[in-house]
Every structure is written in structure tokens, then in C-alpha cells.
Design a protein around this ligand. Structure first.
Ligand code: DX5
Ligand code: ZN
Length: 212
């Protein structure tokens, strides 16, 4: 299981230290939650902070956009060279075009699905994606409870990925801990995002190891 700690739950007064600890602790990606106060009722970070995170990180960045104007934000964060940028299917009129745009910038494109959005919503995009992110909470805040519906949805997405011959990885985000990670793994999840679970523990390496 690959692990992407979400820095949303880090100590923003000591962000450099927290980013270094998760990287040294063996995380695979550094998950960066970008919220605009419109698509979700919360506001997080912009280019100055992402720039600081990129400098501190020794693992690739995974930028999760929760915003209204996706293309604007893709272009805003592309200079920091994230490995992945994912955007919400619910907020994009032309997802296929945006996927191509992200790839043209040398970044791996991914699409995020809110809890209510069926797996089939991205069926015809799968062959162009490197990642599909299934939300297991309503986007906007860390520390929420895991929605078990994502287990069935992960299985369904895995079947669609196999059917279409896609190479997309399945990522699950929200309320992940060392208990539900086992069910996620069995369902076909490749990467878990974990915010509060990782950052509430003093020993970040032990927290990451327990998810792996
Ligand atoms: C929610 C974010 C998540 C969240 C994860 O909108 O996308 O990445 O911060 O935090 P936990 O693991 O605490 O649910
Ligand atoms: Zn996220």
C-alpha cells in the first residue's frame, strides 16, 4: 500500500519539520489539499505555501484540487512540478481536455469523485488517467469519519480499470486509519491518503508503517 499523508493536518507553524518527518518516515507522496472557499466551504493554501512544501519535500507532491476554476489552479501550481494533479469531476465541464492539458505540462493527471458520484462517471476517461481518487468523506475538512460506501466503489472502480485496460491507480482519501486500510487493500486500493491519522501520532514513521 502506498501512503500519501495529507499536510492539511500538519502543524502549519512547523510545516517544514512536518513535511521532512513524513518524507523521512517513508511516505510515497505528499498530499496537498487545495481548497478555494467556493467548491468546498474551506480555504487552504496557495503558491507561497506550496512552494515552501515543495522545497522541504524529498517525495513527490500530489496536489488535490477542491476548487471551481480547475484550469486556473492547474496553471498556478504546475511550476512547483507536482507528480500528480487531481481535480473533481463534479466541477469540470471538459474533463478530457483538462486531463490532456495536465499531461502536456509533464504532470500525471487524476480525477476525484465525491462520495455520491458513481464510478461509471469516469469510465470513458480511465484510459487517459494515471490516478482515480475516491473520496471517503465529503471534501473540505480533515478528521471526518470514513464512509464505508467507498469499499464497494473501490471494487467497482477496479473492475472498470481492468475492463478498460487503464493503468490508473486507485487512491482513497478521508478518514483512513490502520483498521479500514485492510478492507481498502482487499478491495483494490493502491494509495491511501491519511491526514489526522498520521499527524496525530508523534512517531510519523510508525504511523506510515502501520498503514503500509
Ligand atoms: C478532505 C481532504 C483530505 C483530508 C484527509 O477534503 O481531501 O485529504 O484532509 O484527512 P483525514 O485523513 O483526517 O480524513
Ligand atoms: Zn485530499
Amino acid at each position: 500500500m502506498l501512503v500519501a499523508p495529507s499536510i492539511l493536518s500538519a502543524d502549519f507553524g512547523n510545516l517544514e519539520k512536518d513535511v521532512k518527518e513524513i518524507c523521512e518516515g517513508g511516505c510515497d507522496l505528499v498530499h496537498v489539499d487545495v481548497m478555494d472557499g467556493h467548491f468546498v466551504p474551506n480555504l487552504t493554501i496557495g503558491p507561497p505555501v506550496v512552494s515552501a512544501v515543495a522545497k522541504a519535500a524529498t517525495k513527490p507532491l500530489d496536489v488535490h484540487l477542491m476548487v471551481e476554476n480547475n484550469t486556473f489552479f492547474v496553471d498556478l501550481f504546475a511550476p512547483y512540478k507536482p507528480k500528480y494533479i487531481t481535480f473533481h469531476i463534479e466541477e469540470e465541464k471538459h474533463p478530457h481536455r483538462l486531463v490532456q492539458h495536465i499531461r502536456s505540462l509533464g504532470i500525471s493527471p487524476g480525477i476525484v469523485l465525491n462520495p455520491h458520484t458513481p464510478a461509471e462517471a469516469v469510465e470513458y476517461l480511465l484510459s487517459d488517467l494515471d490516478m482515480v481518487l475516491l473520496m471517503s468523506v465529503n471534501p473540505g475538512f480533515g478528521g471526518q469519519s470514513f464512509l464505508p460506501l467507498v469499499i464497494e466503489k473501490t471494487k467497482r472502480m477496479k473492475a472498470l480499470i481492468e475492463k478498460t485496460g487503464s493503468k490508473a491507480l486507485i487512491q482513497v482519501d478521508g478518514g483512513v486509519n490502520n483498521k479500514n486500510v485492510k478492507e481498502l487493500e482487499a478491495a483494490g486500493c493502491d494509495i491511501v491518503v491519511a491526514g489526522s491519522y498520521v499527524f496525530k501520532q508523534e512517531d510519523r514513521k510508525a504511523a506510515i508503517d502501520s498503514l503500509k
